[in-house]
Design a protein around this ligand. Structure first.
Ligand code: C2E
Ligand code: MG
Ligand code: MG
Ligand code: MG
Length: 275
């Protein structure tokens, strides 16, 4: 009986695995056509100066709406795009789209604000990344100091490999922000040798800030690092006024999260924050 059961489990497992693989392959096919079919768009989430309670910038977040799979979250399709190399064209599209949007907002006369986009390690490995970025910034006539690239801390495990590209980005005048700071398990020594402007405290440390003294100690420490190394600090994932108040007490300069706003379409953003 045990043997039979084992065999059934094995069959069940292979069927499940086969379905998973088929879904993945089908999703890859869909993603391959996503740009051409106009299925990609950006949402923008405001960032606030906590002391002045004023919007000072925003993060562009990629969205994919597909006929077969519906709204696929980025945590699902970004890894697939990275695995398949599609991140090259998708990543380029995100940067151009954000820059075009900035150009349009400037044309409409809105107050200029910093825009950041997320970047994958795969993109930083492109040898011509810096050149492409410089060309795009120039083409859209955007102030480079208003543009920023968010890279996750785990990317720093490959710091030697990407250092020349990071320096090129810096020389263009574009900002570099370390995303999900505190979760990357990497040595902190990169902070002193790299051209970094901002660190973003990961949402996991904000979540339980009210009740968890350890989280509070970590947030305090990150703010200290930021102050001492002259880096700006952004707290991600602020959802409640209680979290906001602690962060203000700790003198965290900038925050982002559902408390202020969820990521918005350009139309919603213009209505609520830009007009
Ligand atoms: P991230 O860069 O850390 O972005 C923050 C994520 O947290 C976003 O999820 C945002 O919607 C969500 N968020 C913001 N405020 C709150 C809050 O108060 N509470 C909670 N629970 N969540 C909040 P999203 O849009 O699903 O993006 C997930 C991740 O996908 C991003 O994490 C980023 O790493 C990646 N991603 C998104 N767009 C791009 C892109 O264009 N390129 C690349 N390479 N990665 C991207
Ligand atoms: Mg980000
Ligand atoms: Mg983040
Ligand atoms: Mg995060």
């Amino acid at each position: 009986y045990a043997k039979l059961k084992g065999k059934n489990n094995y069959q069940f497992y292979t069927v499940e695995l086969k379905e998973k693989l088929e879904k993945k392959m089908s999703m890859e096919t869909e993603l391959r056509n996503a740009i051409l079919n106009n299925e990609l768009y950006l949402h923008y989430q405001p960032k606030f100066n906590l002391c002045a309670n004023e919007m000072i910038g925003m993060e562009a977040l990629l969205r994919w709406e597909n006929a077969k799979f519906g709204n696929v979250p980025p945590v699902e399709f970004i890894p697939l795009a990275e695995e398949t190399g599609l991140i090259h064209s998708i990543g380029d599209w995100v940067i151009l789209q954000a820059l075009e949007q900035m150009w349009e907002w400037k044309r409409k006369g809105y107050r200029s604000m910093k825009v950041s986009v997320n970047l994958s390690l795969v993109q930083l490995r492109q040898l011509d990344f810096g050149k492409k970025l410089a060309k795009a910034i120039e083409a859209y006539d955007v102030d480079p100091t208003l543009f920023e690239l968010e890279i996750t801390e785990s990317v720093m495990e490959n710091v030697e490999e990407i250092l020349p590209t990071l320096e090129e980005i810096k020389s263009i005048g574009v900002g570099i922000s370390i995303d999900d700071f505190g979760t990357g398990f990497s040595s902190l020594s990169y902070l002193k040798s790299l051209p970094i402007d901002t660190i973003k405290i990961d949402r996991s440390f904000i979540l339980d800030l009210i009740h968890n003294k350890d989280d509070e100690a970590i947030v305090k420490s990150i703010l200290n690092i930021g102050n001492n190394l002259n880096l700006s600090v952004v707290a991600e994932g602020i959802e409640t006024v209680e979290q906001l108040n602690i962060l203000k007490e700790l003198e965290c300069p900038i925050g982002q999260g559902f408390y202020f706003s969820k990521p918005l379409s350009t139309i919603e953003l213009e209505e609520k924050f830009l007009k």
